[in-house]
Structure formats: structure tokens, C-alpha cells
Design a protein around this ligand. Structure first.
Ligand code: SF4
Length: 374
């Protein structure tokens, strides 16, 4: 029987399921045996058969544009509205578990808007665990992010434990504001589960409570985060600090770094350039500084961290904003679908090694490119 995806579009509520993409029949049976759904894609007939339901769908030309990009062993969510969304790209070596946009702070420069976060739901733990099953057992890296993942409370521990079982060789990176780790038993539970190859990344926005809390708009958040870092330092996982550089803290970067040097076991410090959407664009006058100015503000801190033997990265900074001597610190940190270049970038001699700029930062007119001639 053939089902037409577009026929589902009139249904009011999307119902979706997860599936592993297969381009050849030979792996279907083994996937089914471990309880996975399979979307078997036949290029020639432009059809998809969903197993174990054995439902065959003819894909319209418009929908095929998305389907034909899929590779063998990718994982998708497949909606009865006809949309397929890839949540895992098998050849990327990395996958993200997103716990939902909900957060317990409301940072002035967050790229997510306050209303999006306020109305966001947490992703159910069972659904996150199901996603993990589609990553395969040999994936090398998993990022757990939100919103704020610790809002799952014990559920986050359950997800991490499940990731350890399902994907035993994966390095796990948790992106969190760190506040919940001020509850010592909670942090200690992560100290028991996470090992040396894993990493927790936590932002520090100011060298003191007044500045940090003004940026998070959450009173007490600085004290909670510092307390959490001290307890996590008793574990063995790597501890990363992220400093999002804005007009609100660019003069405080050196002081923040000096504070970090007093904390135990900081492994890596990454300086983050702004993504101008959500709260950041709403509060543009308060937060935006040119990337050139933001990168310059990091230089003294970079030198201090180098002297202390701490790893450093510059995230989201285009090369034209960074002094040549620091280019090796620039990281490929922007998601592929968000990377853009400006028209004048075409004349830039280093475009082929520049990691680009956020689409939002260009479309809002914030970014000024400075093509490099030599
Ligand atoms: S001008 Fe464009 S390509 Fe060149 S460094 Fe800047 S952003 Fe990158």
C-alpha cells in the first residue's frame, strides 16, 4: 500500500516517530531486532517504507529535496504531517540531545527569547533516551544541551547513565549554567557518573556577583555557579568555562580570568562571540559590541590563561575580528545551517579558512566584515 505524505497535512496535531534511515535492505532486520524503527529510502522510486509498520510512502518532489540529503544510518523524526527532520547525522561523529528551551535564568544576551523559554516544555526523559538509541553504540561524542538540562533534575542523571550504557565510547559534554550543581548531592552524583573524557561547560559572565547576576537576571546565580564548580572539581570530568563577551562585561574579562585562575581544576576556557537573536537582539543597545572589540577585550585574559597552561578557544569569531597570532584559537563552532558570509567576504583572502558568522548577526546588520587582503 502507498501512503502520500501530503495527505496527512490536514491533520491538526502532528504525530511523529523516530526512525533510522536505511538506503539498503540488508541492515533493516538487525535494526528491527534491537527495537528501532527503520525508514527504508528507495532513491529510484522516490519512496520510503517505514518498518516494522511496512507502510510505503510516495514522496513529493518538494519533500524529496529533504529526503535525498539523508545518509545511511542517519536518524530522523518522521511526522504524519509529512515532515522528516534529521536529528542525527551518522557521518558527523557528534550528536546533540536537547532537553528543551526552558531555563532557570534569563540572560540579557541569550540567543533564545524570554517568551520562547517561558513557553518551552522539557523534553520527556523517555524521549531523550529513545533518541540515544538511534545514535548507535560507537558514536564518539554526545552534547547534552537545553535551555537548561538540569531542569530535568534526576531525569538528567538518568539520561547520562543511559548514554553511558548505549554509547559507551562517547565523550559526553553537558552545557549548563551550573546553578543546580550548588546542591552538593546533585553535583556529587554527576561526579560519580562522569569520567575524565567527559566535560561540563559552565558560563561565568562577571568577576563578581553584581555583574554576573545582572547579566543572568537571576539573583544569587553567581554564588550558586561558583559553589557548583567547587563541588564538581571533586570529580574527574573536564571543566570548561564559557565567557560570552558583550558590552556588559568586555571590560571585566581580565578580572573574570583572574577569578578562574583561583578556582580548582578548570581545564579549558572558551570565549564566545554573541549570536544576535532572541534576547540579544532585543537588548542590542545594552549588549552588542563589534566582534573586533570583543576579541581585543579577550587578549589579556588569553595571555594569562596561556601562562597558566589552560586550553583556550575563540567561538563564533570570524578571522577578520581576531589578531593573526590568535587565529589558531578560533574554532568551527557555528552550526552549519547558521553559517553565513557577507558579499564582501568574496574578496577576502582567508575565506576558505574562516568559520563565518551567524546568519542572525549578519541579517540584523550588526556585523561589519573586514576582508583580509594578504
Ligand atoms: S571578511 Fe568574511 S571571510 Fe574574511 S575573515 Fe571576515 S567574515 Fe571571514
Amino acid at each position: 500500500m502507498t501512503f502520500y505524505l501530503s495527505a496527512y497535512r490536514s491533520q491538526p496535531a502532528a504525530v511523529y516517530l523516530l526512525a533510522r534511515v536505511r538506503l539498503a535492505r540488508k541492515e533493516i532486520e538487525s535494526d528491527l531486532q534491537i527495537g528501532l524503527n527503520v525508514a527504508y529510502v528507495e532513491q529510484e522510486s522516490q519512496t520510503v517504507t517505514l518498518y516494522p509498520f511496512e507502510k510505503r510512502y510516495s514522496i513529493s518532489d518538494a519533500e524529496w529535496l529533504r529526503w535525498k540529503e539523508l545518509q545511511d544510518a542517519d536518524a530522523i523524526s518522521f511526522e504524519n504531517t509529512g515532515i522528516c527532520y534529521r536529528f542525527y547525522q551518522a557521518d558527523a561523529g557528534d550528536a546533540a540531545i536537547v532537553t528543551g528551551l526552558a531555563c532557570n535564568t534569563n540572560c540579557v544576551m541569550c540567543p533564545v527569547s524570554e517568551s520562547s523559554r517561558r513557553h518551552a516544555q522539557l523534553t520527556p526523559v523517555d524521549e531523550l533516551k529513545m533518541q540515544l538509541r538511534y545514535f548507535g553504540t560507537d558514536i564518539p561524542h554526545i552534547t547534552i544541551t537545553g535551555g537548561e538540562p538540569t531542569l530535568l533534575k534526576q531525569g538528567l542523571l538518568e539520561v547520562v547513565q543511559y548514554a553511558k550504557e548505549q554509547c559507551p565510547s562517547a565523550e559526553i559534554l553537558i552545557l549548563t549554567n551550573g546553578r543546580t550543581f550548588s546542591v552538593a548531592p546533585y553535583a556529587q552524583a554527576f561526579n560519580r557518573i562522569l569520567i575524565a573524557q567527559d566535560q561540563i561547560a559552565i558560563p561565568i559572565h562577571g568577576s563578581n556577583a553584581e555583574r554576573h547576576d545582572a547579566i543572568t537576571q537571576a539573583q544569587g546565580s553567581f554564588a550558586q555557579t561558583i559553589q557548583g564548580l567547587r563541588t564538581l572539581a571533586q570529580g574527574t570530568m573536564r571543566i570548561e568555562i564559557r565567557i560570552v563577551v558583550s558590552k556588559l562585561n568586555n571590560r571585566d574579562i581580565s578580572n573574570i580570568v583572574e577569578l578562574l585562575l583561583t578556582l580548582p581544576r578548570i581545564t579549558v576556557v572558551n570565549f564566545i562571540a554573541l549570536e544576535m537573536c532572541g534576547n540579544a537582539i532585543k537588548n542590542r543597545e545594552q549588549v552588542w559590541i563589534d566582534y573586533l572589540q570583543a576579541a581585543a577585550a579577550c587578549e589579556d585574559g588569553i595571555e594569562k590563561l596561556v601562562s597558566a597552561g589552560i586550553d583556550i578557544g575563540l567561538y563564533n569569531f570570524p578571522l577578520c575580528a581576531v589578531k593573526h597570532k590568535y587565529w589558531t584559537l578560533c574554532r568551527d563552532s557555528i552550526s552549519d545551517y547558521k553559517i553565513r558570509y557577507t558579499p564582501v567576504c568574496e574578496s577576502c583572502k582567508v575565506k576558505s579558512i574562516c568559520y563565518g558568522v551567524f546568519n542572525s548577526t549578519i541579517s540584523t546588520g550588526c556585523f561589519v566584515a573586514r576582508p583580509i587582503a594578504e
